[in-house]
Design a protein around this ligand. Structure first.
Ligand SMILES: [Zn+2]
Ligand SMILES: [Zn+2]
Length: 94
């Protein structure tokens, strides 16, 4: 009788220690923060390339204020792309 109670206690202790070991056995289970990559959020419409200012939309005598592609003329007029009135290009030299 006494022996069986003793063995029961030993078994209980063993189970308890096993449970404790199982709980703490995996080492400190701290939640690791995932490395936050500083994502490039600037991936909208503008590509990273520099603005090409060698075209006639920048160098012509008369240019669109918006520098639209295909705009620019030796005569005053309106931009065929956006319809704005050409303005004199101060950087234009003959
Ligand atoms: Zn000119
Ligand atoms: Zn324009």
């Amino acid at each position: 009788m006494k022996k069986s109670v003793f063995s029961y206690c030993v078994m209980l202790l063993a189970v308890l220690s096993l449970t404790l070991a199982a709980c703490g056995g995996g080492g400190p289970s701290k939640t690791e923060e995932p490395n936050k990559k500083e994502g490039v959020t600037n991936t909208t419409s503008q590509p990273a390339e520099a603005v090409d200012k060698s075209g006639p939309e920048y160098t012509a005598h008369w240019i669109c204020p918006m520098h639209c592609k295909g705009s620019g003329s030796e005569q005053a007029g309106n931009c065929p792309t956006c319809g704005m009135e050409y303005k004199l290009n101060p950087n234009h030299h003959h």
